[in-house]
Write a protein that binds this ligand. Structure first.
Ligand SMILES: NC(=O)C1=CN([C@@H]2O[C@H](COP(=O)(O)OP(=O)(O)OC[C@H]3O[C@@H](n4cnc5c(N)ncnc54)[C@H](O)[C@@H]3O)[C@@H](O)[C@H]2O)[C@H](O)CC1
Ligand SMILES: [K+]
Length: 496
């Protein structure tokens, strides 16, 4: 699903008005009817409704919703903190609201409201042009302390759609009901406490116009052509389903390699190899009898460059440490290995600390840092909008694919396009979770044969196994090992 900026949304809005054609007040009615439907499907009319309406078109939407809910016998009260003069459609809807005469217009929001209430934020939407201050700021702080159900129309008031929000005076919504397309701000971790859950309501802006809008940002949806590449051909044998090697861990740290290898095996790889030091061979063989062992000549760390000529893909990095021999192995892989490289965790720190290696990164290498590791690569940033800019320039400069892990993990291609992943949850934030992602990436790359498409689908499947684990076992109980088991359902889900 494409993410558009405010300018593009306004243009799509205008295009629809002129070409459908539809009057702007009727478009407002259509948008608000979608809001009304969403609300009435979830809250019955035992809930009292308070609508905070600004004086622009976001306020206009709020007034339409107030009218429609009142006509369905909800008790609705409206507060107009910016007064009664505003945009044409706002003023027209204020007239219509007054005409039905069942909605109370309050001077102030009461000091107490019952928990069985809904507060609808229609103060500012996409027209926000500066931080909220003064009396309005006090109002937002007050409502943020109420325990009611809070719904923001289009955007939580105070939040900017396309850039970092400089102030914390922002309506804290439980639900944000946004029109037509998601906004970039919704993807940023620091904004989640204001957005709550977001839903995109189809207000029937011109589809073709929107399809033709150019955007570097989107939310991932499984692509059926790519998904079909995962299907096994009837002539599949272990050799043509891909060969992957995991180079991870070291003495007393083989868990990372085992988790990655298991995830890889359960994601369809044909042959999995694990490079281990001599002391660790038994552990790996006991844990994954399916794995071939590549024996490193070092006793405690991994550092031998072995024969990887038949390997389609190598995962290098999880818990591998920072020994000099390991660094040399990484350098040799960057220089000589001809297959697909997936670099994670300590590999990324090694790159950051030995920056000359960055110039050796083969085109299309997949890197999977979390924010801490990514900052080591690109320097500090103070919000996710800055992170996204750094991500783009890093990928474009080095011609690599980076998965920046977090809430809505961002997968960036070498051309600067960014796809945000919608699956996953906080229960996945446990040691070992990233190792699984490496395993999934390695398993599906040989069939998909494109770094960006592989990364998007692997991150999606990883999150989906996390979501299934959460649903069945709960956020606290779930573990990376449980997630590996749930890969079964995750693959089935995307196959159907
Ligand atoms: N996009 C669509 O397809 C549709 C959008 N609708 C709704 O319209 C709003 C956008 O309306 P707009 O009138 O452009 O902006 P706002 O209502 O958000 O506010 C504009 C108003 O507020 C002033 N202002 C901005 N920031 C501040 C501030 N910090 N303090 C005080 N005043 C401020 C600004 O100058 C303007 O005067 C969109 O979000 C949707 O809800 C349509 O109804 C349906 C189609
Ligand atoms: K709003």
């Amino acid at each position: 699903m494409k993410i558009l900026n405010i300018q593009q949304i306004r243009e799509a809005d205008q295009y629809t008005i002129e070409n459908e054609p539809i009057k702007s007040i009727d478009l407002m009615e259509r948008a608000s009817y979608e809001l009304f439907t969403w609300i009435t499907e979830r809250f019955n009319n035992d809930f009292s409704v308070y609508v905070l309406a600004g004086s622009g078109n976001n306020g206009g939407d709020g007034l339409v919703v107030a009218r429609l809910l009142s006509e369905s016998d909800y008790k609705v009260q409206v507060i107009l903190p910016l007064g009664k003069n505003g945009s044409d459609d706002f003023e027209e809807n204020l007239k219509r609201l007054k005409k039905i005469n069942t909605v109370l217009i309050l001077e102030e929001l009461p000091e107490q409201i019952s928990e069985k209430s809904i507060i609808i934020d229609a103060i500012f939407g996409s027209g926000l042009s500066r931080p909220i201050e003064g009396r309005l700021a006090d109002l937002i702080k007050k409502v943020n302390n109420f325990e009611a159900n809070k719904i923001a129309i289009d955007m939580p008031s105070g939040l900017f759609a396309d850039k970092a929000s400089p102030s914390e005076i922002i309506f804290k919504a439980d639900y944000t009901l946004s029109f037509q397309v998601p906004k970039l701000a919704f993807m940023m971790a620091e904004n989640q406490e204001y957005i709550g859950e977001f839903e995109i309501l189809d207000i029937k802006l011109d589809k073709e116009y929107i399809n033709n809008c150019l955007s570097d940002y989107s939310i991932y949806e499984v692509d059926s052509v790519i998904k079909n590449r995962l299907k096994l051909k009837s002539i599949a044998h272990k050799g043509n389903r891909g060969r992957a090697t995991i180079i991870a861990g070291g003495y007393a740290r083989m868990g990372a390699a085992i988790l990655a290898a298991r995830a890889c095996l359960h994601s369809g790889i044909g042959l999995i190899s694990v490079q281990t030091c001599p002391h660790c061979i038994d552990i790996v063989q006991n844990q994954i009898p399916e794995a071939l062992i590549l024996t490193d000549e070092n006793e405690y760390v991994l550092g031998s460059y072995l024969d990887y000529s038949k390997q389609d893909v190598i995962v290098f990095g999880p818990a591998i440490g920072f020994a000099h021999k390991t660094l040399v192995l990484l350098e040799n892989l960057l220089k000589d290995y001809q297959g697909q490289l997936i670099l994670d965790a300590d590999a990324i720190t090694l790159l950051a600390e030995n920056r000359e290696l960055l110039n050796l990164l083969p085109e299309g290498t997949i890197l999977t840092p979390h924010h801490g590791e990514f900052k080591r690569l690109v320097g500090k940033y103070s919000n996710n909008f800055e992170a996204i800019m750094q991500l783009k320039s890093f990928c474009m400069h080095h011609k690599v694919v980076v998965v920046l892990k977090g809430k809505f993990s961002a997968v960036c291609n070498a051309d600067g396009k960014i796809s945000f992943n919608p699956t996953g949850n906080a229960g996945m934030a446990k040691g070992g979770s990233g190792d699984l992602l490496c395993g999934i990436l390695a398993a599906i790359y040989p069939r998909i044969k494109n770094s960006y498409e592989t990364a998007k689908l692997a991150v999606y499947l990883h999150g989906l196994s996390g979501d299934i684990s959460k649903e069945e076992k709960g956020e606290n109980f779930m573990t990376p090992s449980i997630m590996i088991e749930k890969l079964q359902s995750a693959f089935k889900k995307i196959e159907n």
